[in-house]
Write a protein of this length. Structure first.
Lengths: 324, 502
């Protein structure tokens, strides 16, 4: 009994000493041990693959292992909450798809908001594309808008879920075009896209590579400029509507990183974004590498949070369109 | 033909063969451990695919997938705990068989049925994949709702002792699954201000607590009788050829159901085994014996859940839309290997498609021999003294559940559902309906509400969809046929009696 106690005490003291020493060793020669990179979505999705590629690129630049750690649930809010609650020592970072920070706090009470993080850099981006179902009579955006104006609420659009970026993009789309569509939410892109391809819904917001891989008919691109991979698809701006819509994401860390650590990580994030390997992986999963520095990234998230907060309050909080 | 030769030469590589064999074996072990499932197994090896070549990566992933789905049946049969959610229906007849002293035969049936289901589905996949994908697209929200409703009738078949208690347990499962975000408005339901509840109750912690932990509590609470040794271990035994022929119809039908449901995105192997079990219970020659250790029930569950593995590749490969979370991870790995699943894959890279079919075929053969090899090893765990075995189960369950999401809240879910499961069993409520309700709840709710939105609130419009109508009729037949039959035979008896008096 005594011996057990003694062993127990020694272990406990050892643990306490290591625990106390840990913060002291950091700032001096960061990084000195593996870094955990939390990915708030399940393994295998586009965001996860992008996050894992980022982890490998950071590993090459920082010289320590960067381990991707999937914490899924709650539209990404569970994983991002884990980042926000993490220790601000540079050994816990997270991949933040902008929707998790810009949308989720408006949907329900989250233990974080836009101000809870140190932003390191944005590294991926992809614009949305509005597609119509196969065999649809609509060939252009104008035809869709004209029909929807004459028949409010008749056309349906699918989304990967309420409060997701494509959903809010579609709500904004209805605002700027002055039309009324019916929202049919699905549990993720898989079921949603299948429903579109089966002709059960009329419209869907998809990413450019989805459009080209599955030969879908696109009527509008929500990018600033037209894209080479989508010849003949006009942007919303070209068609007279001032609107863009996109998915993007970057690296964040718990707020309050030591300045030296923050600088080191954001530099490393920039180097990684410019690496050929990351660019190639992002290309394969349908994103493009688009760098924003910490301030620009934070500003982009804050701006989106404002727009989407307003849309969420209008569409979801006040009974929602479907309840009207 | 060139494509076929190409595929064969890809297959003949040493690293590919090692990958498929080791993948299947590792899959079986991970699947058999309660709490560790297919998704975790695939996620674990995902980083390996970054260094392996294209062929070996695909072989490894498919081996792990097929192996883990089968592995879940081992613990379902031996310790009354489904190793993976896909084997939830296997418990119903597998464990009673083992309890009766036929553990070896039960393992033999599950091995045979799993391999048969997998191979059967692979053949269908090879022949009719593009066609199946097209038919699958006809399933919209209304059809999904009808399918979910039919699967729900499974609750009736597993509540043979007390229908009212079974229905209450099923409702409980349906209800527990509504915790979290509303699928249409995104509003939170029953979160009580607790952030962790906003993501809903996880399937794995819930299932593991309900079955594994409550089983531990149950055994701890039981008066121990030194003479009753519990399950008598028996040697692994394949069913005889005569038996196999006798039950061939059930094997084929369950495999067909599994393949078909596999092609529908988002339904998954857990629901497939329940639909198959419900259908078997409706039509089997031995339907009265279901729940008491009837091989037909075991076949229905195991053949269908392994058929799903091949079926789920249909939308994944031909549409680029994954059939379940596990194929979603595989899709990601394929994309990184430079493969672009979608309609063009079948035209542009036939040898790769053939290679995937051959690999699935091979994985199922490995599964059969792997199962024969490993079942006796797993049966040995029954010789471990019960307190130690149960202690190991608790440790495994806790580490397994925690490893998925590193979230302490999941452990709380395990504990609470373990206590709840124990209390339910203590009061004579069956546990299977809870899981059935829980698994199907999301699909039924979402598709019902989607269907209502799309039909502008008119539920009657659901009956204008032919596929849905067929499923509704099947559901009604299943629910009311026994009652009508009873009524009819009573009438006839009365009629006969009347005739006599006349």
């Amino acid at each position: 009994m005594n011996r057990t106690k003694r062993i127990f005490r020694t272990v406990l003291m050892g643990a306490a000493v290591t625990g106390l020493m840990a913060p002291l060793t950091h700032a001096a020669d960061y990084p000195s041990r593996p870094i955990t990179e939390i990915v708030p979505y399940p393994a295998g999705g586009s965001t996860d693959l992008a996050g894992r590629a980022m982890a490998r690129a950071l590993n090459a630049d920082l010289g320590v292992n960067v381990v991707a750690d999937n914490r899924q649930g709650g539209g990404g809010s569970v994983g991002i909450a884990a980042v926000a609650r993490g220790r601000a020592d540079g050994y816990t970072i997270g991949v933040a798809p902008v929707g998790t920070i810009a949308n989720q706090p408006h949907m329900h009470r989250t233990p974080y908001n836009v101000e809870s993080f140190d932003y390191l850099c944005q590294f991926y981006y992809a614009p949305e594309v509005l597609v119509v179902k196969p065999g649809s009579p609509f060939k252009t955006l104008k035809e869709v808008v004209t029909y929807a104006k004459a028949h409010p609420g008749e056309l349906t659009f699918g989304t990967p879920g309420p409060g997701t970026l494509p959903h809010l993009g579609m709500e904004q789309f209805q605002e700027v075009t002055g039309i009324k569509l019916t929202h049919v939410p699905f549990a993720g892109d898989g079921p949603g896209l299948t429903a579109l391809m089966g002709g059960h819904i009329d419209l869907y917001m998809a990413l450019p590579n989805t459009v080209t891989d599955r030969k879908l008919n696109a009527v509008a691109l929500f990018n600033e400029q037209p894209m080479d991979s989508l010849p003949g698809v006009k942007t919303m701006i070209e068609q007279g509507y001032d609107m863009v819509s996109f998915v993007s994401g970057g690296l964040v860390a718990p707020k309050g990183l030591p300045e030296a650590v923050k600088t080191r990580l954001s530099e490393s994030c920039k180097t990684a974004t410019q690496s050929d390997e990351l660019k190639s992986v992002l290309g394969k999963v349908g994103f493009e590498a688009r760098y924003l520095n910490p301030d620009e990234f934070k500003a982009s998230v804050a701006e989106l949070s404002e727009t989407n907060g307003r849309l969420i309050n209008r569409v979801l909080k006040n009974g929602g369109d479907n309840a009207k | 033909m060139d494509a076929f030769l190409n595929a064969l030469s890809m297959l003949a590589a040493v690293d590919v063969l090692i990958a498929v064999v080791s993948g299947t074996l590792v899959g079986i072990v991970i699947g058999a451990l309660p709490g560790l499932g297919s998704l975790l197994a695939i996620t674990m090896v995902l980083p390996l695919t970054f260094v392996l070549g294209q062929g070996a990566s695909i072989a490894l992933l498919l081996g792990i997938y097929c192996g883990s789905v089968y592995g879940g049946s081992l613990s379902a049969i031996l310790i009354n705990t489904p190793g993976t959610p896909q084997s939830a229906a296997t418990v119903l007849d597998g464990y009673p068989m083992a309890k009766r002293g036929d553990a070896g035969l039960a393992l033999g049936w599950s091995t045979t049925a799993s391999a048969f289901g997998g191979i059967f589905a692979t053949v269908i996949l090879a022949v009719a994949s593009p066609l199946l994908a097209k038919v699958g697209l006809r399933f919209g929200p209304v059809e999904y709702f009808a399918l979910g409703l039919f699967a729900l009738t499974c609750i009736v078949s597993v509540s043979r002792d007390n229908l009212a208690k079974g229905l209450i347990a099923g409702l409980l499962g349906l209800f527990v699954a509504v915790v979290g975000q509303d699928p249409v408005t995104g509003a939170l339901r029953y979160d009580f201000g607790v952030f962790d509840l906003s993501a809903g109750i996880g399937l794995v912690p819930f299932l593991v607590g309900l079955f594994a932990l409550s089983e531990v509590f149950w055994r701890a609470a039981e008066k121990t009788d030194p003479d009753a040794a519990g399950i008598i271990p028996s040697a692994f035994q394949l069913p005889s050829l005569k038996e196999l022929r006798h039950r061939m119809g059930m094997l084929v039908k369950s495999s067909l159901i599994g393949t078909w449901i596999g092609t529908l995105p988002g339904v998954g192997a857990s629901s497939a085994s329940m639909v198959s079990y419900a259908e078997a219970k409706r039509s089997s020659r031995y339907k009265d014996k279901f729940g008491t250790g009837e091989p037909d029930g075991l076949i229905a569950s195991e053949a269908s859940n392994n058929a799903v593995t091949s079926g789920a590749m249909v939308p994944t490969l031909s549409l680029g839309v994954p059939g379940d979370p596990i194929t979603a991870v595989m899709l990601g790995a394929l994309v990184l290997q430079g493969v672009t699943p979608g309609p063009r894959l079948f035209l542009e890279d036939q040898s790769l498609v053939l290679f995937i079919f051959l690999m699935l075929f091979l994985a199922n053969i490995c599964l059969f021999f792997g199962g024969m090899l490993m079942s006796p090893l797993f049966s040995k765990i029954l010789r471990i003294p019960e307190p130690i075995l149960m202690g190991c189960v608790v440790a495994l369950v806790a580490t397994g559940t925690y490893s998925i999401n590193a979230n302490p809240f999941d452990l709380l879910v395990v504990l609470v559902s373990g206590v709840a499961g124990f209390l339910l069993r203590y009061n004579g409520f069956p546990l299977a309906p809870v899981v059935i309700g829980f698994v199907l709840s999301g699909m039924i709710e979402q598709s019902l509400r989607q269907g209502m939105i799309m039909n502008h609130g008119n539920f009657l419009a659901f009956f204008t969809h032919p596929i849905a109508l067929f499923l509704f009729v099947l559901t009604a037949l299943f629910l009311f046929a026994p009652g009508l039959k009873g009524l009819w035979s009573r009438r006839r008896a009365q009629g006969d009696a009347q005739q006599k008096t006349d």
